[in-house]
Design a protein. Structure first.
Length: 255
């Protein structure tokens, strides 16, 4: 079931989204050669706690997971696509990092992700990240009343495929509100004009995930969480929480 949010509730979700934006900005500022993924998790944890919010990631355990998620961010490096567990890995020159973060404030959730490089960036990584951001922008532009979920999926997938990148099969965005994952699902590829019609008050997390090698294949690490590319190529992930309004899409996790 999809819950349509009121304008006041969307404003409340924006407050949670601002916490997410601050946490991601702080993590990005702290990320440099020699810093561990656990260090980055602690940075995000501090921002969330200072705001009086909680983490919807910490302790989250869907049916597929063997253990509850132990961090407040997902930290995915190089060939990790999403759901990377923050650990003692220390960032190296040229690493590509994707950080996904959520916050719950006043009963409402925000969720966003950003990818960036450490030190001297590879041109191919910058292109991959730029394309993930362009795919996200295309998906957001399609998030208007009267369109359908398939229009968002088509917009995202068209940008990814045109650049020659793979799209992990079965993973995409989702509804969001009182819980981190709500109906409807938002695929990253598909035919336009299909699926649920978009209405004012719907709030969606739109999140392109791109595989540089062009395949859609992935594997899961032994930790039961981290998804990696099968071909070893790098991946990027971009995400915003977006409200559908009569005036157009409103990005609730914008800085």
């Amino acid at each position: 079931m999809v819950e349509l949010k009121t304008d006041r509730q969307i404003d409340d979700m924006r407050a949670a989204g601002r916490v997410v934006a601050r946490a991601l900005a702080a993590v990005r500022e702290a990320a440099r050669v020699g810093v561990s993924l656990l260090d980055l998790d602690r940075v995000a944890r501090g921002v969330i706690q200072e705001a009086g919010a909680t983490s919807p990631f910490l302790g989250y355990r869907p049916q597929f997971a063997p253990v509850p998620f132990p961090g407040v961010v997902c930290a995915s490096v190089n060939d990790a696509i999403v759901h990377g567990i923050p650990d003692g890995y220390r960032l190296g020159d040229g690493d590509l990092v994707s950080i996904d973060c959520g916050a719950k404030l006043g009963g409402w959730v925000g969720d966003a992700a950003v990818s960036f490089t450490i030190g001297r960036a590879r041109p191919a990584d910058l292109r991959l990240i730029e394309t993930s951001e362009a795919a996200l922008a295309a998906g957001i532009a399609a998030a208007v009343p009267g369109n359908r979920i398939g229009d968002i999926a088509h917009a995202v997938g068209t940008v990814c495929r045109a650049a020659g990148y793979g799209v992990p099969d079965g993973f995409g965005g989702h509804g969001i509100g009182r819980s981190m994952h709500e109906d409807p699902g938002v695929p990253n590829e598909g035919p336009p004009g299909r699926g649920m019609k978009l209405r004012p008050g719907m709030v969606l997390a739109i999140e392109p995930m791109l595989i540089a090698g062009g395949t859609d294949d992935y594997r899961c690490d032994g930790d039961g969480w981290t998804l990696r590319t099968v071909d070893g190529s790098r991946a990027a992930h971009s995400e915003h929480t977006v409200a559908i309004t009569a005036d157009g899409p409103r990005i609730l996790t914008a800085p």
